[in-house]
Design a protein around this ligand. Structure first.
Ligand SMILES: NC(=O)C1=CN([C@@H]2O[C@H](COP(=O)(O)OP(=O)(O)OC[C@H]3O[C@@H](n4cnc5c(N)ncnc54)[C@H](OP(=O)(O)O)[C@@H]3O)[C@@H](O)[C@H]2O)[C@@H](O)CC1
Ligand SMILES: [K+]
Length: 502
């Protein structure tokens, strides 16, 4: 499913109204009906007291439809029209008039008593929000949030910017957001995820094919179906040679676990063979932890990899995927190391992670001309360094920064963080809506890199490997977080869950 911002939503709505001829008031009626369908499913008892707060724009228009329809179904409704009558215009005014013509009651803003309601419906501000939330909405949002009731947001929680998830001064904290046509980008960016609650995307008769017709280049939301389709298939007659050989280069005296997590994640999710190339001084520690792997102990300077002998000791033609970076540390001459590896590679997929990314920034031109696929997996700090931006600038423009960087340097980019973003060199993007704080722990990223390498080695296209890896990694965290708690899930638990549920 695509996700859209304000301008794209306007294009879709306008196209439906002007080119197809379906009036805006019909779309609004459908939008209201979609919300009440959800409310009636969740609260079938007609005695439920429901407060609907409506603003002056089309989001408020949806609110008038919702209040009227809920009355007709017999609910105990309180409509609070939060603006002067004269401020309500266009399609919203039509539905306001319909409501008034039915002689249905409204309450004054100054009399708002949300304590009496069991359910609150927020139809104050939608995709038309600009700038900081102004009065009277600011105070109303504070009241909604402190009322401690079940809250539905209509289309988007009021106060959340639909383009980038920014919350400038306040926003409604929704339990459920019933959104129209497409989920909004802001649900998955910046503060947005903290406000939207469960997202239900509904049809209001805007035909979905308009996205293609208007050639809108929208990011997509990663879903289970996509992840299933992306997982490499395994022929029953397959042997280890068919499932690829992953090489993991990394580790140092300080980080002995990271390369092990990557290697185990790759091997335990289907790679035919995994080789670990680590500094020889940590080899005796690493080997017993990962006896399922093959090993190449590499020359070592003070516990960190030395670049000098890698071309002599490693036969790179044996590998389908080369991962460089987990646990590498910064004591090594990483730039020379990457250069030596690049000299040896022909068209293998090259995954650069963790401190590998610290050094890769010096070699972007060389990496761009490399024949095989290159994958970068930065967290926001690493992305900021690579792109020459601050972390704040990256976080405020995650989609744009990722697209620009991946396109400019011809790489596949997985920008990690809460709601990670996958970007191809040609600019296709997916947001992963799954995952939780169980992944906020050292080693999680190393596991994810191992999954990516595993799926590439088993024959998946790079973008599919990224989709499948991100989904399974995040899904495991959600499932284990529910089964145990998000406090105690370890990287090895994630590997174990994924390996049993692929
Ligand atoms: N036909 C369609 O297109 C359909 C659209 N649909 C619905 O319409 C929604 C988009 O509607 P929209 O474009 O009218 O904007 P909306 O979100 O109601 O806000 C505009 C109002 O808010 C005000 N305002 C703005 N910023 C503010 C602030 N910071 N603080 C305070 N006030 C602020 C602004 O005031 P102004 O700036 O003009 O003074 C204006 O009055 C969309 O989310 C969906 O729910 C559905 O019905 C399906 C069909
Ligand atoms: K809203």
């Amino acid at each position: 499913m695509y996700i859209a911002g304000r301008a794209e939503m306007q294009l879709l709505d306008q196209h439906t109204m002007r080119e197809i001829g379906l009036p805006g008031v019909v779309l609004m009626e459908n939008a209201g009906a979609a919300v009440i369908k959800e409310v009636m499913k969740d609260f079938p008892d007609k005695k439920t007291k429901i407060a609907v707060l409506a603003g002056s724009g089309n989001n408020g228009g949806d609110g008038f439809v919702i209040a009227r329809r809920l009355y007709d179904f017999g609910y105990d409704v309180m409509l609070i029209c939060c603006v002067e009558e004269e401020a309500i215009r266009g399609d919203a005014r039509v539905h306001y008039n319909v409501y008034k013509n039915r002689r249905l009651p409204t309450e004054e803003v100054k009399d708002v008593q949300l304590e009496n309601a069991e359910v609150i419906i927020d139809a104050l501000l939608g995709t038309g929000l600009t700038g900081e939330v102004r009065e009277p909405f600011y105070s109303l949002i504070k009241k909604i949030n402190s009322a401690n009731k079940y809250v539905y947001a209509v289309d988007i929680p009021s106060g959340v910017n639909s383009n980038n998830g920014e919350v400038l001064n306040t926003a409604v904290k929704a339990d459920k957001t019933v959104t129209f046509v497409l989920p909004k980008k802001g649900f998955y960016l910046q503060q947005g995820p903290q406000y939207v609650g469960e997202v239900i995307c509904t049809d209001i008769s805007v035909p979905p094919h308009i996205v293609e017709e208007l050639q809108l280049e929208l990011p997509r939301l990663l879903d289970v179906k996509m992840a299933d389709a992306a997982l490499p298939k395994r022929p029953a007659h397959g042997h280890k040679g068919m499932f690829g050989h992953v090489l993991v280069i990394g580790g140092c005296r300080q980080y002995v676990g990271a390369p092990v997590y990557t290697a185990k994640a790759a091997f335990h999710t289907g790679a035919g063979l995994v080789t670990l190339a680590v500094p020889e001084s940590i080899y005796p520690i690493v080997a017993p932890q990962s006896s399922e792997c093959l090993f190449i102990p590499l020359q070592d300077k003070d516990g960190a990899l030395s670049a000098a002998d890698i071309s002599q000791v490693v036969d790179f033609s044996a590998f389908q995927t080369v991962v460089l970076g987990p646990g590498l540390g910064r004591q090594t001459d990483g730039t020379s190391l990457i250069r030596h590896v690049l000299d040896e590679l022909t068209d293998q997929t090259f995954v650069i992670d963790a401190d590998g990314l610290y050094f890769a920034g010096h070699l972007l031109a060389e990496l761009k001309t490399y024949k095989g696929n290159v994958i970068f997996t930065p967290h926001p700090g690493e992305m900021a360094r690579l792109a020459g931006l601050s972390v704040k600038e990256v976080e405020e423009n995650r989609l744009e920064v990722a697209k620009q960087f991946a396109g400019a340097h011809g790489i596949y980019l997985l920008l990690k963080g809460h709601r990670s973003i996958i970007t191809t060199p040609s600019g296709e993007q997916w947001i992963n809506p799954f995952g939780n704080d169980a992944l906020g722990k050292g080693g999680s990223g190393d596991v994810l890199t191992g999954l990516i390498a595993s799926f590439v080695s088993q024959g998946a296209e790079v973008k599919d490997a990224l989709l499948a890896a991100c989904y399974h990694h995040a899904h495991a965290a959600e499932q284990l977080g529910t089964k145990w708690s998000t406090y105690g899930v370890l990287p090895l638990d994630i590997i174990d869950y994924v390996r049993k549920t692929l």
